[in-house]
Design a protein around this ligand. Structure first.
Ligand code: ARG
Length: 461
């Protein structure tokens, strides 16, 4: 191992390793457009305060147009060791374009502390709006599938043990509802992200009476952050975004896990499209649900960066500390993971083949044991008693090596005299799901009600 102790110092006196350790340009350059927009709003407000002349303001706007073009076309040349972050890089290049005497006025009363917070919020607001659109698309696909596949009945599980028959659509909507709540939450998160720290200075505020409202309005912020010390220190908007995304990824992971199980040969309820599965390099017959496994796996990564940042923030003293720079990479990673995951899930859902015959084949008459108990409830027998009686029916079927619905009427009668001829109506999976007709249940009408609610939530977006 090489010791750094005698590393040659750069001109600024920094250990070269410290230079790269400190710099954020190689990732915060994604904020180049936001940084420029923020600077233009800043220049305009300073022009209005008489700090910049009209000509200086116009030179700055024109200079930034070229700088932005360079970023866009990939021709912006980062100067290693000089361009520490996106703010210093943009200002350096602006100075080369329009002269240092004008460019040097731009930073009057401004701190990079407010700049990075502004850039991140602007960038994140727009990213979250894009993600919102992805989520709306996903929910539309889920709703369409639920509508289309409403006929199909499959086993519903608790403890991964067959429990009661449910509609495939009902299962789908159990996740649909969770994702719809994620969508509603996201709207609230965006409102809190979309507030302006610009004009807060390094920590104490702006000494030139800059018009914060005008800058906020120009940048499309919905409001201001009200305490300058708090505003430069705040990364709650990053944490909240990642907590939001973690919750969504938790739903995604469970949904993927269900589908991984349902797509095994043993279940066979669904078949994943080739576009979302891969083969094995060794076993020619394999078709692996990689897309779903990555949704499950990447959820861990999304949680990880969220908790990582919380550890970084915990215990920081007041206002800006360089630790805050460590909020950027986790955020970039998290946002990409969540956005990509929603789009993959949308593709998986729209291309999934449902195999209702395998769902039907997996249903077993003992899953109707509750219906049998409910049958006697309707004859006035207390449920605790009917539960026991139905249990005896299950036991008899097991003992005689047959299915519950194959027992003779006499055998049932032998267990409880209150069974009548119409008891055989119980042994019908469709009847079972149709009995669950209260709101939120698995009957056709209840499922249609859920689809209507989902569409209502989507309509509000
Ligand atoms: N690159 C820095 C960050 O991301 C910008 C703020 C720098 N402020 C400072 N006082 N060194 O946090």
């Amino acid at each position: 191992p090489r010791s750094n102790a005698n590393a040659c110092k750069t001109a600024g006196g920094l250990d070269p390793l410290m230079v790269s350790y400190n710099e954020s340009i190689y990732y915060d350059r994604v904020f180049y457009a936001q940084d420029i927009r923020g600077s233009i709003a800043w220049a305009r407000a300073n022009h209005n305060q008489g700090i910049l002349t009209k000509a200086e303001f116009e030179a700055i706007v024109a200079g930034f147009a070229t700088v932005e073009e360079e970023w866009k076309s990939g021709t912006f040349a980062i100067v290693p060791g000089v361009d520490e972050d996106i703010h210093t890089a943009n200002e350096r290049r602006l100075g080369e374009m329009i002269g240092k005497s004008i460019a040097g006025k731009l930073h009057t009363g401004r701190s990079r502390n407010e700049q990075i917070a502004t850039d991140m919020r602007l960038w994140l607001r727009d990213e979250l709006r894009t993600i919102e659109a992805y989520l709306v698309d996903f929910l539309k696909v889920l709703a369409a599938r639920a509508e289309n596949d409403i006929e199909f009945v499959m086993p519903g599980y608790t403890h991964l043990q067959r429990a009661q028959p449910v509609r495939f659509s009902h299962w789908l909507l159990s996740y649909g509802m969770a994702f719809a709540t994620d969508l509603q939450r996201l709207g609230e998160v965006i409102t809190r992200v979309n507030r302006s720290p610009l004009g807060c200075g390094a920590l104490a505020g702006n000494p030139f009476n800059i018009d914060r409202d005008a800058m906020a309005k120009e940048l499309g912020f919905e409001g201001l952050l009200w305490n300058s010390m708090g505003a430069v220190a705040d990364r709650d908007f990053v944490v909240e975004t990642m907590q939001w995304g973690s919750m969504l990824m938790q739903h995604m992971s469970r949904w993927a896990e269900d589908l991984i199980i349902y797509s095994t040969a043993e279940f066979g309820f669904v078949k994943l499209a080739d576009a979302y599965s891969t083969g094995s390099s060794l076993m020619p017959q394999k078709k692996n649900p990689d897309s779903l496994e990555l949704l499950r796996g990447k959820s861990g990564r999304a949680f990880g960066v969220m908790t990582g940042l919380m550890y970084s923030l915990k215990g920081l003293p007041s206002t800006y500390n360089k630790d805050l720079q460590e909020s950027i990479e986790p955020l970039l990673d998290h946002v990409k993971t969540v956005g990509d995951s929603i789009r993959i899930a949308t593709g998986v859902t729209s291309t999934l083949t449902v195999q209702p015959q395998h769902m039907l084949a997996a249903l077993t008459p003992d899953m109707l044991a509750t219906d049998l108990a409910d049958y006697l409830v309707r004859k006035g027998v207390p449920f605790r008693e009917t539960h026991h009686i139905s249990g005896q029916v299950v036991a008899l079927a097991e003992k005689t090596g047959t299915n519950m619905d194959q027992l003779t009427y006499e055998q049932l009668k032998g267990i409880d005299a209150r069974f009548e001829e119409d008891v055989k109506t119980c042994f019908d999976y469709n009847r079972s799901v149709e009995m669950r007709a209260a709101k939120g249940g698995t009957s056709r009408k209840s499922v249609e009600g859920q689809i209507a609610i989902l569409k209502e939530i989507l309509g509000a977006k």
